[in-house]
Design a binder for this molecule. Structure first.
Ligand SMILES: [Zn+2]
Length: 395
């Protein structure tokens, strides 16, 4: 095991073997390091390196060819090649990443037992919330709940997490091993086993036993370009209380028991869909009603509507634009009213100018083009707005 793969080695002496300066940082190489370089979906460790003459913050650690480069921000002092330094982890971050990484293995093992055709695409671990990207046919919350339940059972059983090195040839023979052989260049392969549950080739840092993970909570999942991103957290308690708070609060709003929430909401959604369809139908016939008045040569079309569908009204207003026509529709929506003005080119009026007069007078907001403009005013001015447009046309 490499020093930086030792899960609980948080402090160690090392010798500086190379230093370069770049953009206000020192790029430091050490003879040995406890800092995990970013790779395999696991982000790097952070921390400090120091001695009696120097203190620096390790902001980033990366692997370039076989070299591990520590990007260090100087806090105080100077550092030279051959200096001895003490390296220290940001322990909280390291422990969180260990929990996340071990949790990911346990959960992936559980997913494989729940869903036959599932494959890992990649992993993106972080301190607070991590992501597992998987490919499978159709992922459902029921499957996720089942895998989550199994993963938490494995965690509770405090199973051993065993790390061993095998050759590429041996690795090929291990049944059920999760490995991307084409991506591995070295002859020796590091295998991480969650005892009798999951086998994976991995170079990251893991706990010694599953109990250290605490627990695992899947926070959400969604499908992006054929790959499911499953987000998860480990060692949570505040999040569980937050979720419990939300469900109890929701239950009290709908006056039901917590367990009745899903069915209730499903029914509500279906009912809402039916009612929305009905309203749309109703609104479609309402928007067809309008008044007409001849003002000089202009055909003035107007009406004030109550809560009709915006798009239907816009389409209807546009369809009424005939010769020498000005259309003025208002649509009361709660405290406000949508104002739609349409003017034909031969009417001598411009929709955006008419709308501007209405907006200026009634302190509204909106805009548009010569033949179509739209804005919003307080609903109480609806009748006066129509009168104003009529007045402008008349004069
Ligand atoms: Zn791992």
């Amino acid at each position: 095991m490499k020093t930086y793969q030792e899960p609980f080695l948080h402090e160690k002496e090392a010798k500086v073997t190379n230093i370069e300066e770049k953009e206000g940082f020192l790029l430091v190489e050490l003879d040995d390091t406890i800092f995990y370089p970013a790779g395999g979906g696991q982000p790097c460790d952070t921390g400090i390196i120091k001695n009696n003459y120097f203190e620096g913050k390790v902001a980033d650690v990366s692997k370039k060819n076989s070299k591990i480069i520590h990007k260090v921000k100087i806090i105080d002092g100077t550092l030279k090649i051959n200096d001895k330094v003490i390296c220290e982890h940001s322990i909280k971050r390291r422990l969180n990443l260990i929990r996340m990484h071990s949790g990911e293995h346990v959960f992936m093992g559980a997913l494989l037992k729940t869903i036959k055709d599932i494959k890992v695409d990649k992993v993106r671990l972080d301190e607070d919330e991590s992501s597992l990207f998987v490919i499978c046919k159709n992922l459902t919350w029921e499957q996720i709940f089942e895998a989550e339940k199994l993963a938490n059972k494995i965690i509770k059983e405090d199973r051993d997490i065993i790390v061993k090195e095998v050759s590429k040839e041996e690795a090929k023979k291990i049944k059920g091993l999760r490995i991307k052989l084409d991506r591995i260049k070295s002859e020796s392969i590091r295998i991480v086993e969650v005892k009798d549950h999951d086998l994976s080739a991995c170079a990251g840092t893991h706990a010694l036993k599953t109990g250290f993970i605490g627990n695992i909570l899947i926070t959400k999942f969604n499908l992006v370009k054929g790959t499911y991103e499953i987000r998860f957290k480990t060692n949570v308690s505040e999040d569980l209380f937050e979720l419990a708070y939300i469900s109890r609060k929701t239950a009290s709003i709908i006056r039901k028991d917590v367990k009745e929430i899903p069915e209730f909401v499903e029914n509500l959604m279906q009912e809402n869909e039916r009612k929305t369809a009905k309203l749309r139908e109703l609104s479609a016939s309402l928007v067809k009603e309008f008044k007409q008045e001849k003002i000089g040569e202009i055909n003035f079309v107007y009406n004030i509507f109550d809560e009709v569908e915006k798009k239907q009204l816009i389409d209807q207003a546009a369809s009424l634009k005939k010769e020498k026509t000005v259309v003025c529709f208002l649509n009361k929506l709660g405290d406000n009213a949508q104002v739609i003005i349409v003017a034909s080119e031969d009417s001598g009026f411009k929709a955006n100018e008419l709308l501007k007069d209405v907006m200026d007078k009634f302190n509204g907001k909106g805009g548009g083009r010569d033949n179509f403009a739209m804005g919003s005013i307080k609903a109480e001015f609806s009748e006066k707005a129509v009168e104003l447009v009529k007045e402008i046309i008349r004069n």
